[in-house]
Write a protein that binds this ligand. Structure first.
Ligand code: ZN
Length: 181
């Protein structure tokens, strides 16, 4: 069994009016990201929706000093974007929903345990932003000994330079396989 982590593909991070949007680059990966997610679901691999969650107050959260409020609990901004939302709602049981508070999907979550109990050693990543949440998740996965596969056509950032840098880092420093070029 393989694992796929779909990172932060929500309205706030992707929609044109999202609070912290990647905009067009984020919207451009929708078809490929959804196709990859569908393929993993159909093969009954382990699919994780890793989704940032914040609360209105959250005065202790380090992101408060860096970013405007985003992915607030219970808001439409935190709902999955576009056809990924449709895919998720068609069968919510087919994926594992993972609330995360930090950039990395491993930080403060049970992701590592969920992967290990399934014997998964190969982790695929898609989502946004390539150089923030995807990057931090990849670094943690690397340190935990996972083999990484990054889907280039399924990751995006608002920062083109950061996106390109992160792709090189995945390949040259984390030993990731880059597919979907
Ligand atoms: Zn956040």
């Amino acid at each position: 069994m393989k694992g796929l982590v779909v990172i932060d593909y929500t309205n706030d991070f992707v929609a044109t009016n999202g609070a912290l949007t990647t905009g067009l680059p984020g919207q451009a990966i929708e078809a490929a990201l959804v196709a990859t997610t569908k393929e993993f679901i159909e093969k009954q691999d382990f699919v994780v929706m890793a989704v940032d969650i914040h609360d209105q107050k959250g005065q202790y959260h380090p992101e408060n000093r860096l970013f405007p409020p985003h992915n607030l609990a219970g808001t439409s901004g935190r709902e999955l974007f576009g056809s990924l939302k449709e895919l998720y709602e068609a069968d919510e049981e087919a994926v594992y929903w993972l609330d995360k508070r930090h950039y990395s999907a491993f930080s403060g979550t049970d992701l590592d345990i969920r992967l290990r109990e399934r014997g998964i050693s190969e982790l695929h990543l898609v989502g946004v932003c390539t150089d923030i949440c995807v990057l931090h998740t990849a670094v943690d996965a690397y340190n935990l000994g996972y083999r990484l596969v990054i889907h280039q056509d399924g990751v995006a950032s608002f920062d083109a330079v950061g996106h390109d840098w992160a792709l090189k880092h995945f390949e040259n420093t984390l030993g990731a396989e880059i597919v979907g070029k």
